[in-house]
Design a protein around this ligand. Structure first.
Ligand code: HPA
Ligand code: ZN
Length: 328
């Protein structure tokens, strides 16, 4: 079994495996524009973030009922458990569903159905993070935020995802202020394809507690200093970065340099059905491609629990599991 870890950067819609996509399409009477799962898998060749997002949003057509969302989340949790995930903070994109006429209650109640039995069935504690689509308007973000209000008891944090370049964090200042007011945690994707300036904005204008991706911070020494000083966690997704061509090859990934700089880095899977692996697969891939020894891998696992939105007693129990892990 892979080292115990928390997964903090995981889009539940990005866990839709081709087999489940076809099963849900059949259940809902939806025709997919692919004849077989093999043909669909062959479409998973991306040139950048947008080329992935186009397929990611298109395939969501198969998600229609509470049970669909429950089945999706349960399948992810089963896979994650096999790879040592003990705690998962799960993103979802409500606007991508409400635009198709699916109620936000259907999405959240469906996901909650799987999450409620996750500790018992899979040994994984969970949180839900509601993301705003940054290529939609600030008004649309505020509308979905208000629509989610009845469900705030189930939601731990807000996040920001989708097409980054041209959609800076500053666009979402108002809704992040409202989220802070409502007592929700705040995270945002920044510095995946976008420039270091977007990471500064996420910190200073949105008040984020974690930065998702954040790899382009390495271009700005003053920003690295700030992130190190405040120990702001970065949820790095190595296989995603290669598949979306943010990094040419895994061997050239900045992860070791980020650790050396003293950044609080974690390793995550992002959209595992599309990018070639779940959390443990990402750990294995960086171990094989990069100069990371057992101490570095243990640091990455420890960081994942340090960066999680957990109560301290639970955090300490997970950290003890990390320290007790034997790489063999
Ligand atoms: N980046 C931005 N938006 C996303 C991603 C990502 O990697 N995955 C799903 N939505
Ligand atoms: Zn992401």
């Amino acid at each position: 079994m892979s080292i115990p870890k928390a997964e903090l950067h995981l889009h539940i819609e990005g866990t839709l495996e081709p087999e489940l996509a076809f099963a849900l399409a059949a259940r809902n009477g939806i025709e997919l524009p692919y004849a077989t799962t093999g043909e669909l898998r062959r479409a998973y060749s991306f040139s950048d973030l947008q080329s992935f997002l186009d397929l990611y949003y298109a395939l969501m057509a198969v998600l229609r009922t509470e049970q669909d969302f429950a089945d999706l989340a349960d399948a992810y949790l089963a896979r994650a458990a096999e790879q040592g995930v003990r705690h998962a903070e799960i993103f979802f994109d409500p606007q991508a569903h409400t635009v198709r006429g699916i109620g936000i209650g259907t999405v959240i109640e469906g996901l909650a159905r799987a999450l409620d039995s996750s500790e018992e069935r899979h040994g994984i504690s969970t949180r839900l993070i509601m993301c705003f689509l940054r290529d939609e308007s600030a008004e649309s973000a505020m509308e979905i935020f208000e629509a989610a209000r009845p469900f705030f008891g189930r939601i731990s944090a807000v996040g920001l995802d989708s097409a980054e370049v041209g959609n800076p964090p500053s666009k979402f200042r108002e809704v992040y202020a409202a989220a802070a007011e409502a007592g929700l945690h705040r995270v945002a994707h920044a510095g995946e394809e976008g420039p270091p300036a977007y990471i500064w904005e996420a910190l200073d204008l949105l008040g984020v507690e974690r930065v998702d991706h954040g790899i382009r911070c390495m271009e700005d020494p003053a920003l690295v200093e700030r992130l190190v000083r405040d120990q702001v966690p970065l949820t790095v997704c190595p296989l995603s970065n290669v598949r979306l061509r943010c990094v040419d090859t895994l061997a050239e990934h900045p992860l070791p340099a980020m650790l050396d700089a003293g950044l609080l880095v974690t390793v995550n899977s992002d959209d595992p059905a599309y990018f070639g692996g779940y959390a443990g697969d990402n750990f294995d891939a960086v171990r094989d491609a990069l100069p990371l020894d057992a101490d570095a891998l243990r640091t990455l696992a420890r960081n994942s629990f340090r960066a999680a939105f957990l109560d301290d007693a639970v955090r300490e129990a997970y950290l003890a599991e990390v320290e007790a892990y034997d790489f063999g």
